[in-house]
Design a protein around this ligand. Sequence first.
Ligand SMILES: Cc1ncc(COP(=O)(O)O)c(C=O)c1O
Length: 306
Amino acid sequence: MAIKKADKIWANGKYINWDDAKIHVLSHVVHYGTCIFEGERCYKTKDGPAIFRLQDHTKRFFNSAKIYRMEIPFSQEEISQAIIETIRTNRLQAAYIRPFVFRGYDSLGVNPFNCPVEVYIAVWEWGTYLGEDALSQGVDVKVSSWNRIAPNTLPVLSKAGANYMNSQLIKIEAMLDGYAEGIALDVNGFVSEGSGENLFLIRNQKIYTPPLSASVLEGITRDTIMTLAKDMGYSVIEDNIPRELLYLADELFFSGSAAEITPIRSVDKIKIGAGKRGPITEELQKEFFGIVSGKKKDKYEWLTYI
Ligand SMILES: Cc1ncc(COP(=O)(O)O)c(C=O)c1O
């Protein structure tokens, strides 16, 4: 789905027109993927637009940059405030939010330090990530022939642009093979995550998700689901998941700011549970969408109203 243009982009503290947000082709980021980004959502509620877990996303943004020794020349409060104002400026009710920081134009050796750190915030209207029916019907996925990034190669806890070359291999293979998404295993053969989503598995009323040591991004939706599920009385277990347990699951779903809570109805053409969205997945969706739409009480104070 092509990006739906908004009016303005926040560029290093100023607003520029959407079409003027251009960089030089010899910028460091273009060649080496020297970029950190976030993906978050602003939801439409009866009390106006509200950003989901804004401070947590901003914190992860800064943590990701810290690993790459990229100093963001703004405070976390300034970035969070700029996100709020960018949504206001573009007069959007619901939006996908993409803050990013990259190394720009100066020298083109691998050494990034001379290249300026540039920070941008873009927002635009965006629908469901894995297709219109995905949230209710579920998606068909395959286990990827590509592994997720190995420990101590590229740091997966940093949401860095370069990591998404690995994600693209997973996604491309899945799509060319006729699936909506791929599930990558880690280098030890345990289940890791999707190309842009964390994964949850439900078996005998217990909820499992791979630990951070299985090369997964520390997803904010992952944390949200773990919190909601525990409060709903479920055991939530972070543990290594062998591939074959995917096929034996009662329910499986992806989580992410883009994918939200997307049920998985088959893996490698093996039906998961009843081959449709399962009851616990639906219960979690109801709670999650109830909160983000402002219909259920936001007792965790996850929403920032604009
Ligand atoms: C590789 C990867 N895993 C997991 C996630 C889910 O993270 P979050 O829930 O913070 O969006 C994302 C999306 O940002 C991702 O790109």
